[in-house]
Design a protein around this ligand. Structure first.
Ligand code: GLN
Length: 485
């Protein structure tokens, strides 16, 4: 079966479409054919409607803008609103919800000529690190279907890694773009808080959430970021900072770049991951980067701080799902209150309930000062630690995740173990700084490992340049998984 266009990075397809050697209709046909053959074994998408997508393409090829993504299908996570498309956050409580508007990132993709493929699987409301909390059922890791793809953007990452997507959007509140990118062997970037509009993203924790790209290589990541970044008057937290041309800034040189090494505790760090990170650092030094020891003060408090702030915000954001305005409603109860209770009891999964209870607790009178307010103070200290570190270095390097992809079910009965797997990703969200995960090799059991790079706020261009220089000197991004039909 010829589906070779699906394996190409977007920047190559773009040139092929411009030259007329790739017909967007054939590209979409190959992609839909591949999804039809392989999605049932991976569950990267919750549903795909081929006829609808083909109609969308026909219309856009005739009348759509010939922009930077003309004729290119882009996959989006199920928490990004797309007009009239069912958007559920992989939760029963949003079943049947069809938003009357699209997220700003969707509008920006469309304005460049992209075709939107919605409904990439995810953890319910993005609560999780494995895509196992999806009401729809878990996504499998394309390199080993016994393992998780990471989460919460596991559907997006698995789709890109298995060539069921050319590029995708995910969202990252505490690592949900970078960790699945790492587990699936692809590139994932969480932008600076405020860099990308959150308008039309169904909120998890509003002060931490960011939308970002998951792609086959760094150039595609830079391209998608260039399209989605920039100020949006519809999101009051979007920053009035001009987006750079991130693709134009890519260069293979690392001369003069200072890479901060935070000397984190390697408790829980898998030996195979440590080795690959050490080798990746040696590559950076060989390319001319300079190692600098830095201290990230209070970073050991990140997980506790995150799980207070994130659950507090989540409990408040999820209060709106009461069966009245959106999605699922339980069969009529004895009273209005009874209907609310039944709707929420039946509509939310176990992890969502856990977070609502935890978040409500830390916000309740009597505990607010002890937990939530203290969490906010520690968050400020963590941010100050980053500010200090970035006076001494350009980027910071560390693993994306302490382990490679774990087995399905391995951590589901132990939420604390699951939360601990976010140890290296969470601090970037608390501090609001951008961070990227790039493939840096494989463990002895052939699982991908991700190198994480972090930069100061709005320094995505620098971050992508370092990631690009590293990627260009390695072959990891060419090792795609072998899949059987
Ligand atoms: N794993 C983290 C959590 O469960 C992060 C999730 C995310 O980034 N959306 O909260």
């Amino acid at each position: 079966m010829n589906d070779s266009w699906c394996q190409a990075p977007i920047h190559q397809l773009r040139q092929a479409i411009e030259r007329g050697t790739c017909d967007p209709r054939e590209l979409l046909r190959q992609l839909l054919d591949r999804i039809t053959r392989l999605n049932s074994s991976l569950s990267a998408y919750m549903a795909v409607e081929p006829e609808r997508l083909t109609r969308q393409l026909e219309e856009r090829v005739r009348n759509g803008p010939r922009g930077r993504l003309f004729g290119i299908p882009i996959t989006v996570k199920d928490n990004l609103c797309v007009t009239d498309e069912e958007t559920t956050c992989a939760s029963r409580i949003l079943a049947g919800f069809r938003p009357p508007y699209s997220a700003t990132v969707i509008e920006r993709l469309l304005a460049e000529g992209a075709i939107i493929i919605p409904r990439a699987n995810m953890d319910e409301f993005a609560f999780g690190s494995s895509t196992e909390t999806s009401h729809f059922g878990p996504t499998k890791n394309p390199r080993d279907p016994e393992r998780v793809p990471g989460g919460s953007s596991g559907g997006s990452a698995a789709a890109v890694a298995s060539d069921l997507a050319l590029g995708a959007l995910g969202t990252d509140t505490g690592g949900s773009i970078r960790q699945p990118a790492s587990f699936c062997g692809v590139v994932g970037l969480k932008p600076t808080y405020g860099r990308v509009s959150r308008y039309g993203l169904i909120a998890f924790a509003s002060s931490l959430d960011q939308i970002g790209p998951i792609t086959k290589d760094v150039t595609d990541c830079a391209l998608l970021l260039s399209v989605i970044a920039g100020h949006d008057p519809k999101d009051s937290t979007s920053a009035p900072v001009k987006a750079d041309d991130y693709v134009g800034g890519l260069s293979p040189s690392l001369k003069g770049i200072r890479v901060g090494l935070p000397g984190l505790s390697d408790q829980g760090l898998d030996e195979g991951v440590r080795q690959r990170i050490d080798e990746a650092l040696k590559t950076l030094w060989r390319l001319g980067a300079q190692p600098i020891d830095v201290e990230l003060r209070h970073i050991d408090r990140s997980i506790a701080t995150y799980y207070i702030i994130a659950t507090a915000e989540a409990s408040s954001n999820l209060a709106r799902y009461d069966g009245i305005q959106y999605g699922y409603r339980a069969q009529a109860g004895a009273s209005l209150l009874d209907m609310y209770q039944r709707t929420r009891g039946e509509g939310f999964g176990a992890e969502a309930k856990r977070r609502i209870i935890l978040g409500t607790y830390v916000l309740s009178r009597g505990y607010y000062d002890a937990y939530y307010l203290k969490g906010l103070k520690v968050r400020t200290l963590i941010k100050q630690g980053f500010d200090e570190a970035f006076t001494r270095c350009d980027v910071i390097a560390m693993p994306t995740s302490p382990t490679a992809a774990f087995r399905l079910g391995e951590k589901m009965d132990n939420p604390l173990q699951m939360y601990l797997s976010d140890i290296y990703t969470i601090s970037a969200n608390l501090a609001g700084v951008p961070a990227v995960s790039v493939p840096c090799g494989f463990t002895s059991s052939d699982q991908p490992v991700g190198l994480q790079l972090l930069a100061n706020t709005f320094e995505e261009a620098k971050l992508l340049q370092v990631a690009y220089a590293y990627e260009q000197s390695t072959e990891w991004h060419h090792r795609t998984p072998a899949l059987s039909t």
